[in-house]
Design a protein around this ligand. Structure first.
Ligand code: NAD
Length: 272
């Protein structure tokens, strides 16, 4: 049974566990980016209140929408890209990168596609659901990372139309050196997750796993903390709401990640 902790009373035992660890792994979800202005699936009034994830988040749903309601695709892309364009790492992402600099943390495994862990300075980030700023050739599989500036220049060019124009979309999409179409390298519902073997390997080497801002209902990603727990890691969850991870959690710190992670970092720095 987990120990529920209120954020302003983080016990010394938990800080000691972090400070004496040799391999902290962070497993993050949409919640860690909430305070960067990117809504989670469950935020009221967020993107996913307006757009159905089953419709815009599956290959079949997207194709059907392009054919039948292209204006909805355009509205979705415009709104979601605008949210991403303005997002910068928050105190939570920065605290995670500081833990790497202190040589306590080696790996971040994230379900997010927003690139914010990398922007914050983490160097070993496993992105299970891909990266919005990377393209993948649908013919040969070659991947190419764009800078945010490059990405939004391309997006602005494609989206600067009042009505959805399929021809314009096709002609603006980048091409691979092999001639194939480059698609955005994010994992849609029903598509295989990326680097899962690598993530399991890192999870099974962790002695502490910080599970941050994830509801634990999206599989197979949600099995990562289970693998870490079975291999002997202590599991610390940071989330304002209890998640689906149930009894595998050793501590649940009830609070927002930007506040709690900063607080943990300050305590760790005080001790070491
Ligand atoms: P989710 O939307 O299912 O759950 C978000 C979780 O974050 C909830 O448990 C919520 O209580 C918690 N949360 C909300 N605000 C928080 C805060 N300030 N601090 C800490 N926790 C907070 O997200 P999920 O579990 O990551 O799964 C959803 C899927 O959607 C993932 O596959 C992810 O790829 C994708 N997604 C990504 C982004 C992004 O890249 N930033 C944003 C939305 C959705």
């Amino acid at each position: 049974m987990h120990k529920r902790i209120i954020k302003d009373r983080i016990p010394q035992e938990l800080i000691d566990t972090i400070v004496t660890s040799h391999n902290i792994v962070v497993f993050s979800g949409a919640g860690i980016s909430a305070e960067s202005g990117i809504p989670t699936f469950r935020d009221k009034g967020g993107l996913w209140d307006k757009f159905n994830p089953e419709e815009v988040g599956t290959p079949g749903g997207l194709l059907s929408l392009v054919m039948n309601h292209p204006e909805r695709v355009l509205a979705f892309l415009k709104e979601s890209f605008e949210t991403m364009r303005n997002a910068i790492p928050n105190e939570g992402h920065i605290a995670v990168s500081e833990l790497e600099k202190l040589e306590l943390l080696k790996t971040v495994i994230t379900q997010n596609v927003d690139n914010l862990h990398t922007e914050a300075g983490n160097t070993n980030v496993i992105e299970l659901h891909g990266n919005l700023y990377r393209f993948r050739c649908i013919r040969c599989g070659r991947k190419e990372k764009y800078s945010k500036k490059q990405f939004f220049e391309l997006a602005d060019n494609i989206l600067s139309q009042d009505e959805f124009n399929f021809e314009k979309l096709l002609s603006s999409i980048p091409r691979c050196t092999c001639g194939g179409i480059m698609r955005i390298d994010v994992v849609l519902f029903g598509e295989p997750v990326q680097d899962m073997d690598l993530a399991y390997a890192e999870a099974s080497r962790a002695d502490v796993m910080l599970v941050v801002g994830t509801s634990g209902v999206v599989y197979p990603a949600a099995s990562i903390p289970v693998v870490a727990k079975r291999a002997g890691a202590k599991i610390i969850e940071i989330n304002p709401t209890i998640s689906g991870f149930g009894d595998i959690i050793d501590w649940w710190i009830e609070g927002k990640s930007a506040i709690v992670l900063k607080q943990i970092l300050d305590e760790v720095k005080r001790v070491i």
